[in-house]
Design a protein around this ligand. Structure first.
Ligand SMILES: [Zn+2]
Length: 322
């Protein structure tokens, strides 16, 4: 349940290729799965990737170009067919509600009532994340049709240090009370605070940014994230096409990652115009600006969220994360 990774279901842009399915990404976060932009064929790619309809808690669409939504009918019918019992929230630009309705009811099937729609409007929107261990926001991007990017933020916490707990003679229920209340009376009568027995644990962050030209919302979404999944439709040689169609180049994706202090950069949504031999050029062009970890996404990849940053003093094995 503590798995945090990106299951890549498809990496093509408008036109799939023999090697790349239409878009599709399942971000798995402690059992809370967010399915981003299910393009055509996503249901079968889920089978190939070993993930199930039960893994989906949210379906988040960036916009209604076909490569980002044509898989919705199959995925929802599968959710119904497999008897998924938990709520599945469907998040999409409200301006595309007419397309959502068509996709949602594209064929005859025994329907389900677990899908709850959450259309979003405005420059920034907060998504209902219920009991999930993170907040999810969306920001409007810059594309020929209204498009949104998404940002996931886990709240900061703290990691208990067993050696400190031992030093203060704390164990059992006293540790739980210290975590909950922030201070506790030790067996010797001293008042011990949580800060004395723990180190801060920064929450992890991820961002999902598809079809857009350069705009301020990109840096707001990607600021300080551990994992950035971002379109890099074009190589630099086609930068004018990228600007014209409202897309990014690999070099721009790398510049964004560097500016925002990203830890792991996942490049995807590649134009079909490039051959297999061109693929490494995407990573090279992004690496010109970004020295962090770069993943050139392939269909069915599993990309882990980087290990949590540790603050000093370094906590050893056996620490209790809360
Ligand atoms: Zn698009």
């Amino acid at each position: 349940m503590a798995t945090r990774d990106l299951v890549v279901l498809g990496t093509a842009s408008a036109v799939p290729t023999r090697a790349r399915n239409h878009n599709g990404y399942l971000l798995r976060w402690d059992g809370h799965g967010i399915l981003f932009d299910p393009g055509e064929g996503t249901q079968r790619q889920m089978l190939n990737a070993g993930v199930s309809a039960h893994d989906i808690r949210w379906i988040c669409l960036t916009h209604f170009h076909g490569d980002h939504c044509l898989g919705v009918p199959g995925v929802i019918q599968r959710i119904a067919r497999d008897g998924v019992g938990h709520p599945v929230r469907a998040v999409f630009p409200a301006s595309g509600a007419v397309y959502w309705r068509r996709l949602r009811h594209a064929a005859v099937f025994a329907d389900t009532d677990v899908v709850a729609e959450q259309p979003i409007t405005g420059d920034e929107a907060w998504i209902d994340t219920a009991d999930a261990p993170f907040a999810l926001t969306a920001r409007r991007l810059s594309h020929p049709v209204e498009a949104y990017g998404y940002r996931l933020v886990e709240p900061d916490g703290f990691t208990m240090l067993p050696e400190k707990l031992t030093e203060y003679g704390l164990g059992g229920p006293l540790v739980g009370e210290l975590q909950r209340v922030g201070r506790v009376t030790a067996p010797d009568g001293r008042t011990v605070t949580r800060a004395e027995c723990s180190v801060p644990r920064p929450g992890q962050k991820a961002a999902f940014i598809m079809d857009t030209r350069i705009c301020d919302a990109i840096t707001q979404l990607a600021d300080g994230v551990d994992l950035l999944i971002i379109e890099s439709t074009f190589l630099g040689v086609d930068a004018r096409l990228a600007a014209e169609y409202g897309h990014l180049t690999a070099a721009q994706a790398g510049e964004i990652a560097a500016e925002c202090g990203v830890r792991r950069l996942v490049l995807t949504h590649f134009s079909e115009r490039y051959s297999a031999e061109d693929q490494l050029r995407f990573a090279d062009e992004a690496a010109a600006a970004f020295s962090g970890d770069i993943v050139l996404a392939q269909d069915l990849d599993r990309v882990p969220v980087p290990p949590r940053r540790r603050l000093e003093p370094t906590s050893g094995p056996g620490t209790t994360s809360v």
